[in-house]
Design a protein around this ligand. Structure first.
Ligand code: AMP
Length: 227
């Protein structure tokens, strides 16, 4: 076999506070590199909507802007990672968020001979986050992200990507909850930047600029990390 042929799936982690653009950038990378975006926030919102036991336990915690328990999140992530499409490689968006989650992920990957190609920290200032989050909404059909100020549909009221005319806003995207979510990020998730630096896989990118510029920078990092 050609030694240059990569046989294990790519594993990328996007780190950053709420509103840093992890979801938007993950969706762009997904298309460009043929990877699967795994957002634990999306998986939890699906569980809440479906009324599962995990969803019922998570709802009040999410509404308050706190972190859902490691046990619930890890179980949801582990199930999703076992789906066949994840063999293409994954972009983890919003996971891990605690040291326990990071260590559990290391263990899960080791079981299947996988490793993390890069943990990319999207660097932003807190002050910007409230504006970014309070203006954002998504297409109810395909999930494409939009923003009242930064990214409106080309045709008003119509999704650029799928043409759908219904949009939705997240219940936790309000100024009060954002403060709790930022506090949770600084207390429990920011230490993972050091964790991944220690593992030699940390990359940082300035995520204060335009979406397309950040996407270009990220694509360069991902290309380098996949080789
Ligand atoms: P997100 O869509 O990533 O902003 O996540 C929305 C909410 O889901 C968070 O504020 C948390 O309550 C919960 N959540 C998502 N991912 C995790 C995680 N990895 N650990 C704990 N809670 C999470």
């Amino acid at each position: 076999m050609d030694a240059a042929v990569k046989t294990t799936p790519t594993v990328l982690i996007l780190l950053g506070p709420p509103g840093a653009g992890k979801g938007t950038q993950a969706r762009m990378l997904e298309e460009q590199f043929g990877l699967v975006q795994l957002s634990t926030g999306d998986l939890l919102r699906e569980a809440v909507a479906a009324g599962t036991e995990a969803g019922k336990a998570a709802k009040a915690v999410m509404d308050a802007g706190d972190l859902v328990s490691d046990g619930i999140v890890i179980a949801i992530l582990r199930d999703r990672m076992a789906d066949p499409d994840c063999a293409k490689g994954v972009i983890l968006d919003g996971f891990p968020r605690t040291t326990v989650q990071a260590e559990t992920l290391d263990g899960l990957l080791a079981e299947t001979g996988q490793q993390i190609n890069a943990a990319i920290s999207l660097e932003v200032e807190d002050a910007e986050m409230v504006t970014r989050i309070s203006g954002r909404y998504t297409c109810a059909g395909c999930g494409e992200g939009f923003h009242d100020t930064f990214k409106q549909p080309a045709v008003e009221g119509k999704c650029d990507k799928c043409g759908n005319t219904e949009f939705k806003r997240r219940a936790d995207d309000n100024a009060e909850t954002v403060k709790s979510r930022l506090a949770a990020y600084h207390a429990q998730t920011a230490p993972l930047i050091e964790y991944y630096a220690g593992h030699g896989v940390l990359k940082k990118i300035d995520a204060m600029g335009q979406i397309d510029e950040i996407a270009q920078g990220l694509a360069g990092i991902v290309k380098g990390a996949m080789n």
